[in-house]
Design a binder for this molecule. Structure first.
Ligand code: SF4
Ligand code: SF4
Ligand code: FES
Length: 238
């Protein structure tokens, strides 16, 4: 095993070659906020919450998809990064319809928790208040596009872990949305096995179990740990 030595927030850190900055930081107890990343799933670098500054790099880099290198100097918590992270969160809140007080995931939402942790107290951007659909056609689950932040965790867990590949992302820009199969109601999907994995990994209240009221949709964290363990044990490999 080749070891790389780098510096994160002024501390010398050893990391395995091929590891990402995020993995190296976590192994040393350094917290970098993440949203689209979920251990056990492939990393896509979509949300940019995990941006870090690397000495010599012209712009901040996403820690979840940037590999460590010998002698790298990384800063994970600077005023510029904190400002970027707050702005990203504000844009996410402005872009969809996130009314936490009446959300099924109120108090159990990664987006909400991140906003609080990053000191987001208001949104400086005009709310778009888009008219988005709610798909309640599935027997057990609901997809509320109003709360979807397009992290693609559902797409990846359904494809990489369940092997069903029910979800995909369609459209462009602000019109992008997750779709089931050939853009049909979820309840009519031929591929969905109703395993519920997508519901458990969704970081917001966009995917939830039917019958849940405000604040009642808790995520089963032991399920997330299973994903990590199973992937490390190569229980599924495409
Ligand atoms: S319930 Fe399972 S199979 Fe169905 S869409 Fe979600 S992850 Fe895929
Ligand atoms: S439904 Fe949930 S998991 Fe899927 S992309 Fe939207 S926010 Fe992410
Ligand atoms: S967690 Fe790294 S880009 Fe989303």
């Amino acid at each position: 095993m080749t070891v790389r030595t780098l510096v994160i927030d002024g501390e010398p850190v050893g990391a395995r070659e091929g590891e990402t900055i995020l993995e190296a930081a976590r192994e040393h107890g350094i917290v970098i906020p993440t949203l689209c990343f979920l251990e056990g799933l492939s990393a896509v670098g979509a949300c940019r919450l995990c941006l870090v500054e690397v000495a010599g790099a012209p712009r901040p880099l996403a820690a979840c998809v940037t590999r460590v290198a010998e002698g790298m100097e990384v800063a994970t918590d600077t005023p510029r990064l904190r400002a970027y992270r707050r702005m990203i969160l504000e844009l996410l809140f402005a872009e969809g319809n996130h009314v936490c007080a009446v959300c099924v995931a109120n108090g159990h939402c990664d987006l909400q928790a991140l906003a609080a942790a990053q000191g987001m107290t208001s949104v400086r951007f005009p709310y778009r208040a888009p008219a988005r659909a709610v798909d309640a056609s599935h027997d057990r689950f609901v997809l509320d596009h109003n709360r979807c932040i397009l992290c693609t965790r559902c797409v990846r867990v359904c494809d990489e872990v369940e092997g069903a590949h029910t979800w995909d992302v369609a459209g462009r820009g602000a019109g992008s949305r997750v779709i089931a199969d050939l853009d049909q109601p979820w309840g009519t999907s031929d591929t969905c096995t109703s395993c519920g994995k997508c519901v458990q990994v969704c970081p917001t209240g966009a995917l939830f179990e039917k019958g849940r009221g405000g604040g009642e949709m808790t995520k089963r964290r032991e399920f997330l740990a299973y994903i990590t363990t199973a992937r490390q044990a190569h229980r599924w490999i495409r």
